[in-house]
Design a protein around this ligand. Structure first.
Ligand SMILES: *[C@@H]1O[C@H](CO)[C@@H](O)[C@H](O)[C@H]1NC(C)=O
Ligand SMILES: *[C@@H]1O[C@H](CO)[C@@H](O)[C@H](O)[C@H]1NC(C)=O
Ligand SMILES: *[C@@H]1O[C@H](CO)[C@@H](O)[C@H](O)[C@H]1NC(C)=O
Length: 208
């Protein structure tokens, strides 16, 4: 190998290594500093439980029963909310940031026979047409999310995260666009939607 070719090859190896590291993601931690398990139920909620409680499902909208359900933040800080499993498309033991995944919720029990995976059918629409609901199918563009480290965490003592909806990473959708999942409030109900300031949340293990 001549010297030019060798340094070229080394440079390429360098680039590829950097690229892999950036895409491989970091392990996600819960509030106690334990690694979050892939495909296992957790509570998710704000860092400071003083402005609302955990995330849960709501089977009512405008005083009418709905199916599929809406994903909302409970207004009462004492409520931990429902249990949600974050499931990487490429299964791992632990949940990782920057990896595509589906979010499953088995709660609440009811006669609604729709799938329990979170979805956003039209993330480009304005609220209230971009609310997260259940009813999606795993590994499709509608149910494609990723967890990211929260850019400016409220506390340096806990790991906090944001969620993005990334349809194009699982199938079709606006090119290379990810939508920050935030809160949209209407008549006191805090829906999760696909635009705005990202909602900062933590994982809390379900104690059985
Ligand atoms: C669910 O939605 C109804 C409105 O249809 C509202 O009265 C209720 O407070 C909501 N529950 C939560 C936890 O947001
Ligand atoms: C509730 O119903 C009213 C009247 O039909 C409608 O204008 C409003 O957009 C509805 N709210 C939601 C959250 O769908
Ligand atoms: C998503 O959130 C990040 C972090 O706050 C922000 O830098 C970025 O501009 C947001 N993207 C959109 C499309 O709002």
């Amino acid at each position: 190998m001549n010297p030019t070719l060798l340094s070229c090859t080394l440079f390429l190896v360098f680039i590829i290594t950097i690229g892999t590291e950036a895409a491989s993601g970091d392990v996600v931690y819960d509030v106690t500093g334990e690694k979050v398990l892939d495909n296992v139920p957790y509570y998710i909620g704000p860092v400071v439980w003083a402005n609302g409680g955990g995330i849960k499902l709501n089977d009512t909208k405008n005083n009418t029963k709905v199916c599929p359900f809406y994903v909302v933040q409970d207004p009462a800080e004492v409520n931990v909310g429902g249990q949600f499993s974050f499931t990487l498309i490429a299964k791992q033991e632990y949940l990782l940031t920057s990896r595509i995944l589906g979010i499953d919720s088995g709660y609440p029990e009811s006669s609604c026979d729709q799938s329990t995976f979170w979805q956003i059918p039209d993330p480009e629409a304005k609220a209230p047409s971009n609310l997260i609901t259940t009813g999606g199918s795993f590994d499709s563009s509608e149910t494609c999310f990723q967890v990211l480290d929260y850019p400016k965490p409220t506390s340096s003592k806990v790991h906090s995260y944001m969620l993005q909806h990334c349809p194009s990473l699982c199938g079709s959708g606006p090119d290379h666009t990810c939508f920050n999942v935030s809160i949209y409030e209407e008549k006191g109900v805090r829906y999760l939607v696909s635009s705005g300031t990202p909602f900062e949340f933590v994982f809390q293990k379900v104690i059985k």
